[in-house]
Design a protein. Structure first.
Length: 177
C-alpha cells in the first residue's frame, strides 16, 4: 500500500485531461473525451470516480493553512460503472502506470462496489481481457467469478471474460468503514 491513501472523489470535467492520459496509457482503445463528457453530463445512470494523490500534510497553524496555495487535483486513477436496473456494470477502471501495484486499483474497486450497494445494486458485472491476469486476480479477490466469455469482444479481436459478483445481504469483508 502507499504511504498515504489516495482521496476518492467524484470525477469532474476538469479531471478529463488527466483521466484521458491514464486511459491512453492503460488501454489499446481508450475512450474519447466526448464519451467521458457524455457520462459526466448526460448519463444519469453513470457513476465515475477518481483517485487523487493525497495532498501534502498541511502546516500545523491556521495561518499557514490559510496562506498555503491550493494544490491542484492530481488524478492517479479512475473507475466507473453504469447502474442498469439493479446491476452495476463496471465499464472502466485504470491506474496511472507510476502508481500501479500500490493498492489504488483495489481502493477504486472498493469505492465503486460500495457506491453500487448504496444505490441498491444486487450484483456487479464486468468484462476483462483474457490476457489481463493481474486484473482477473484482483476481481477474484473481491469475489467476482467467471460466468462467461465474450468472443472477440475487443476491437483488436481479443476475447473478454465476463465476471460477476452477487452482493450478499450483509456487508462483505472488503467493505471499508
Amino acid at each position: 500500500m502507499i504511504a498515504q491513501a489516495p482521496v476518492i472523489a467524484p470525477m469532474r470535467l476538469e479531471d478529463l485531461p488527466q483521466v484521458m492520459a491514464i486511459d491512453q496509457a492503460s488501454f489499446p482503445q481508450p475512450w474519447t473525451e466526448q464519451s467521458y463528457r457524455f457520462e459526466l453530463e448526460e448519463n444519469h445512470n453513470a457513476h465515475f470516480i477518481v483517485a487523487l494523490e493525497a495532498p501534502p500534510t498541511p502546516h500545523p497553524g491556521w495561518l499557514q493553512r490559510w496562506l498555503a496555495p491550493a494544490t491542484p487535483r492530481k488524478v492517479i486513477g479512475f473507475a466507473g460503472f453504469w447502474l442498469v436496473v439493479d446491476e452495476a456494470h463496471i465499464n472502466t477502471i485504470a491506474v496511472h502506470p507510476h502508481w500501479r501495484r500500490q493498492g489504488i486499483g483495489e481502493r477504486l474497486l472498493t469505492a465503486i462496489l460500495e457506491r453500487a450497494r448504496a444505490i441498491n445494486a444486487v450484483s456487479a458485472t464486468l468484462e476483462v481481457r483474457v490476457s489481463n491476469l493481474p486484473a482477473q486476480k484482483m476481481y477474484a479477490k473481491f469475489g467476482f467469478v467467471e460466468v462467461g466469455r465474450r468472443k472477440r469482444y475487443y476491437r483488436d479481436g481479443e476475447d473478454a471474460l465476463l465476471m460477476t459478483l452477487r452482493f450478499e445481504p450483509n456487508p462483505p469483508d472488503w467493505q471499508m468503514s
